[in-house]
Design a protein. Structure first.
Lengths: 204, 402
């Protein structure tokens, strides 16, 4: 199926379609996608780094698969996520930008009492994004179903740029998605942020 | 955490070797065997590394379920029991799949209908259960004979739905079915349907993979939703319902959830095409008349095509293998030259004709029929007759044949 649909920052629609239903296909191993177009992983690394560096509130949303040390790989990934966050924080202008690390500790709906300053929930992720004025974010360690749910709701109701660092097959509902995420891959993204530090104009 | 690939090369308790599935299905030597469809189900399950099988007796699937019981006695299935009803069976399948088991079940006709509430629940919970549906009549007066009406209901549940033509399809697709439905970007239940009796109770030559090879076990930690692992944290990751709340957020979340299930069906295309060499098979689609069919209606259509060929009428064929995902683009392409599209079906409503009509341009080309149901056979002559009528040729009355 050929498609002209592109996965872009919203707000897109009262109930936006899933990107998959619009003909967007997931990347194969070694690939990534940007706005639904298949690209090399390195191209996506550079683009994701640029989005973080250009954002007012670049934010990482770590999910339960990396928040709990349930196996060695998870623990390594968690350290890599922390390193990426520190790298972004060190690479942006503190007067204009604020890097954030907001966990998605579980998936139980918490409305109307969620505290959007300290957590994000897949059933109403827009609340956390609106409250913190997040304009670029990355999902990592979130189960694929819940990540897709969130990414679509975010696209529907916010203008936030979404990146998915997925350990499985990737996410069409993100504007940019990696697949087969490892601690090493997250580290490479941090290297790209470091490499591009100072080359990307800060937000106005 | 062990992954599926780490098992490959190891042996299970029956001395079967966990084998790379691609190697097992396409490169390993096959043995021709003369089996009924029910026996073929048993042989596929023997090689599928199933953790659990639950079923309830209902014709015509009972024989397959009983044969799977023999597999349990032999040690090929982890657990096996009879549920209290089809509704109970499908709920028990859900429980096992929630816990991370590879689950297999079989049902038919009224059993499918009785259990229907479970199927959208399976899909919404992203449980890759495989269910064999040996289709039969569902309405009063009671009929145990072949009829595919139940498939039309299954097509709206969010499950993958495939329709096997032959016992060979059945054998291969049971094993391939787990490979597709357990992909993390798919992870949906599969209803693998066939026309009861025609496939289940007739013998056919089937090429089987080696008995000593089996699929690698299911890895629940690749699931797109948390596995209910009560020993390893995080343990409280249940699929909490938000439907009890009455507000915009809960409605929007539920809508988004439903879309995600159907998105997963779309994602299954890539994997299904790889394993099954396409969602459809075609022959002579440059002909003016093309038959589009699924299940044993395909076999009858092949016979009708041969009859018409002898009379100088060329007819093409599209065999629809998967109903969900729906091969809309493929059917559109395969029928683009056809002036007449004939859709023979073993049901009264003509659900396949409706789907095709909703897919293709100029759908006045679709001729919904011939239809038989309630256990009637579909002689190739009535398909040939339908085609001749459409072409304005004279046809003898076929009434009173019986």
């Amino acid at each position: 199926m050929t498609t002209t649909y592109r996965v872009m920052p919203g707000p897109e629609h009262f109930l936006p379609p899933s990107a998959s239903s619009m003909g967007i296909r997931l990347p194969d191993p070694g690939q990534a996608h940007i706005h639904g177009s298949i690209v090399s992983e390195e191209e996506a690394m550079e683009q994701a780094a640029r989005e973080f560096l250009a954002a007012k509130v670049p934010t990482i949303f770590p999910g339960p698969l990396v928040l709990w040390a349930w196996n060695e790989k998870a623990a390594k990934k968690a350290k890599a996520v922390r390193h990426l966050y520190e790298t972004i924080k060190d690479s942006v202008d503190p007067k204009l930008q604020q890097a954030m690390l907001i966990p998605m500790p579980d998936y139980r709906p918490k409305y109307p009492k969620i505290n959007p300053e300290i957590e994000i929930n897949p059933n109403h992720p827009n609340l956390t994004i609106w409250h913190n004025k997040i304009d670029a974010c990355m999902f990592v360690g979130v189960h694929c179903h819940q990540a897709n749910l969130s990414l679509k709701i975010i696209r529907g109701g916010t203008s936030c740029y979404t990146v998915a660092m997925c350990a499985q097959a990737g996410h069409e509902d993100a504007m940019l998605s990696f697949r087969d995420a490892t601690a090493e891959k997250i580290g490479r993204l941090a290297d790209w942020v470091k490499k591009l530090k100072g080359t990307v104009p800060p937000p106005e | 955490m062990a992954t599926q690939t780490s098992f490959i090369g190891q042996k299970n308790k029956k001395d079967q070797v966990y084998t790379d599935p691609w190697n097992m299905m396409f490169e390993a030597e096959r043995t021709p065997s003369f089996y009924t469809g029910s026996e073929v189900i048993k042989e596929a399950v023997r090689r599928a590394s199933c953790d659990m099988m639950v079923a309830y007796p209902i014709t015509p699937q009972s024989e397959a379920a009983a044969l799977c019981g023999e597999l349990f006695a032999e040690g090929y299935i982890g657990d096996y029991f009879r549920g209290e009803s089809e509704f109970a069976v499908m709920s028990q399948c859900a429980g096992a799949a929630f816990g991370g088991a590879r689950v297999f079940t079989t049902t038919a006709g009224p059993g499918t209908m009785r259990a229907m509430e479970n199927f959208p629940m399976w899909a919404g919970a992203r449980l890759p259960i495989q269910m064999i549906v040996t289709c039969r009549g569902i309405n009063s007066p009671l009929s145990i004979q072949p009829d595919t009406l139940e498939i039309s209901y299954l097509m709206q549940t969010g499950m993958l739905v495939w329709h096997a033509e032959t016992a060979q399809d059945f054998y291969d697709w049971i094993l391939m079915g787990y490979m597709v439905s357990e992909e993390p970007d798919v992870h949906l239940p599969l209803a693998l349907c066939c026309d009861g009796f025609f496939v289940t109770h007739t013998k056919d030559m089937v090429n089987l993979t080696p008995t000593e090879m089996c699929l690698p076990p299911y890895d629940p930690y690749r699931s797109p939703v948390p596995c209910m692992d009560m020993e390893c944290p995080p343990v409280r990751m249940m699929r909490d319902p938000f439907v009890m709340k009455s507000n915009y957020i809960s409605y929007a979340t539920h809508a988004s959830w439903q879309q995600e299930v159907w998105a997963a069906i779309e994602r299954s295309r890539k994997h299904t095409i790889r394993w099954m060499n396409g969602l459809i098979e075609t022959e002579n689609t440059d002909a003016d008349v093309v038959i589009v069919a699924s299940g044993t209606a395909v076999s009858q259509s092949r016979e009708a095509i041969a009859i018409l060929e002898d009379e100088g009428v060329k007819v093409g064929l599209v065999k629809v293998k998967t109903l969900r995902p729906w091969p809309g683009e493929e059917i559109k392409e395969a029928t683009k030259h056809a002036k007449h599209i004939i859709i023979p079906e073993f049901n009264v409503t003509g659900w396949l004709a409706r789907e095709v009509s909703a897919t293709i341009p100029n759908n006045e080309r679709v001729h919904a029929g011939p239809h038989v149901c309630g256990g009637m056979t579909m002689p190739p002559e009535i398909i040939a007759s339908e085609i001749k009528t459409v072409l304005g040729m004279k046809v003898p009355a076929l009434a009173g044949r019986g």
